[in-house]
Design a protein around this ligand. Structure first.
Ligand SMILES: *[C@@H]1O[C@H](CO)[C@@H](O)[C@H](O)[C@H]1NC(C)=O
Ligand SMILES: *[C@@H]1O[C@H](CO)[C@@H](O)[C@H](O)[C@H]1NC(C)=O
Ligand SMILES: *[C@@H]1O[C@H](CO)[C@@H](O)[C@H](O)[C@H]1NC(C)=O
Ligand SMILES: *[C@@H]1O[C@H](CO)[C@@H](O)[C@H](O)[C@H]1NC(C)=O
Ligand SMILES: *[C@@H]1O[C@H](CO)[C@@H](O)[C@H](O)[C@H]1NC(C)=O
Ligand SMILES: *[C@@H]1O[C@H](CO)[C@@H](O)[C@H](O)[C@H]1NC(C)=O
Length: 346
């Protein structure tokens, strides 16, 4: 937070630091040195105690090795693979997980039909390559898709259609445009988690399924949230739109006043006032905006002995507020809060 130049003082009702929920995890099984099972590709390892897995990661491979029948988990990350031939996965009809992160694969070098054979694929990790468009077709059994850090500018409507079990999609760090993702997520009735952070969106993604619980759209150029946007996402709990271009004019009255939200991150935008939120909200991040008034009523509907806000974390540092902007009734309202930061700590 080097750009803050307000006096360095903190109002901390208690000292717990802001906890960002982190959904990331390492999908990779620990590498096990093992005797190769019969038919294991000679460049790879197939540990006997986990014989449906083939480990080919971190070996400077330039091509995809032969895949024996029966392999379910294939690890090809951290290599120098440049292309995928049409026949590369002919034996991969049992494959459940395919990890291709950190290679040099461009969309033009993925031969047509290469993905057709993987009828059982559930997880495809294709981050940090050079894809400009998604690979097709994806298996109907897909559950999780990660294509972080590629050069995707569009994600055509048919790409994910009919993937009834798809729950998680990571598309951050690409070049996706608002037009490029129109219709991309329609009809995905199991979708829970969508990350489109670090892209080139100027509007909130549209047509999202009503099953969505987590939506991350940080680091884009989004200037507004449509009036009924959250009405169509009745179970959305975590919404992050930090580092965008949100101003008060782009936030219709009451747009965040929905009872499902637990976390709302609007930090690093251009807001001048605190938007109204529902009393169920627990984490509200508004640091580094242009807020000059601490309006208790925005996040606290009634202030009394028996009812008060559920907020646990409220960050307002990096705004035009000082300790004296905090009205006395704030303490009553924020009884459950373990962190309220009004002025910058550092
Ligand atoms: C497919 O399996 C056959 C028989 O197990 C094997 O000979 C062949 O090399 C495999 N092809 C690929 C592309 O993995
Ligand atoms: C992606 O392609 C560009 C050229 O189009 C190249 O300079 C770059 O090294 C490639 N990156 C990877 C990860 O392959
Ligand atoms: C979706 O998941 C269910 C339950 O695990 C399974 O029975 C069904 O076959 C899956 N659908 C597809 C298209 O794989
Ligand atoms: C906020 O939502 C509640 C219901 O959850 C509703 O009673 C209240 O009128 C709303 N406030 C505004 C200003 O729309
Ligand atoms: C909360 O406070 C309001 C206004 O004082 C009151 O009408 C309401 O009944 C209270 N709700 C509860 C659950 O105590
Ligand atoms: C910042 O707050 C002070 C005092 O509340 C006010 O006089 C000033 O106009 C505000 N500046 C901006 C840019 O809102």
């Amino acid at each position: 937070m080097g750009s803050l130049h307000v006096p360095l003082l903190a109002v901390l009702i208690a000292g717990v630091l802001c906890q960002y929920y982190d959904y990331d995890y390492q999908p990779y099984q620990p590498y096990v040195q093992g005797i190769s099972v019969r038919n294991c590709a000679e460049e790879c390892d197939c540990p006997p105690e986990f014989s449906s897995a083939m480990y080919c990661n971190d070996r400077r491979l330039k091509t995809i090795p032969n895949i024996p029948h029966g392999i379910k988990y294939l690890y090809l990350h951290n290599n120098q693979i440049q292309d995928i031939k049409a026949a590369a996965f002919v034996n991969a009809s049992d494959l459940r997980w395919l990890v291709l992160d950190n290679n040099h694969i461009t969309s033009g070098a993925v031969e047509k039909g290469a993905f057709e054979h993987m009828k059982s694929l559930e997880k495809l990790f294709f981050s940090y390559n050079n894809l400009t468009e998604p690979v097709l077709p994806l298996s109907k059994s897909m559950v999780e898709l990660k294509m972080i850090g590629n050069k995707l500018s569009k994600f055509p409507p048919g790409t994910l259609s009919g993937l009834e079990n798809l729950t998680t999609v990571h598309l951050q760090e690409n070049q996706l445009t608002t037009e490029g993702i129109v219709g991309a997520f329609k009809g995905l009735k199991s979708l829970i988690y969508l990350d489109v952070s670090h892209n080139k969106l100027v509007k909130m993604p549209s047509g999202l399924p009503s099953s969505l619980e987590v939506l991350y759209a940080d680091y884009n150029d989004i200037g507004s949230v449509p009036k009924e946007y959250l009405m169509k996402l009745p179970v959305l709990q975590y919404l992050r739109i930090s580092h965008n271009k949100l101003a008060d004019s782009g936030i219709p009255a009451g747009v965040f006043n929905v009872s499902s939200l637990i976390e709302l991150d609007l930090s690093f935008n251009k807001l001048k006032s605190i938007p109204e939120v529902n009393e169920n909200l627990e984490n509200l991040y508004l640091q580094v905006n242009q807020i000059s008034k601490f309006e208790v009523g925005s996040f606290c509907k009634y202030i009394g002995i028996t009812n008060f806000s559920k907020l646990k974390h409220l960050r307002l540092d990096g705004n035009n507020l000082t300790r004296t902007s905090v009205p006395n009734e704030a303490a009553n309202c924020l009884r459950l809060a373990s962190e309220v930061t009004v002025e910058a700590t550092d």
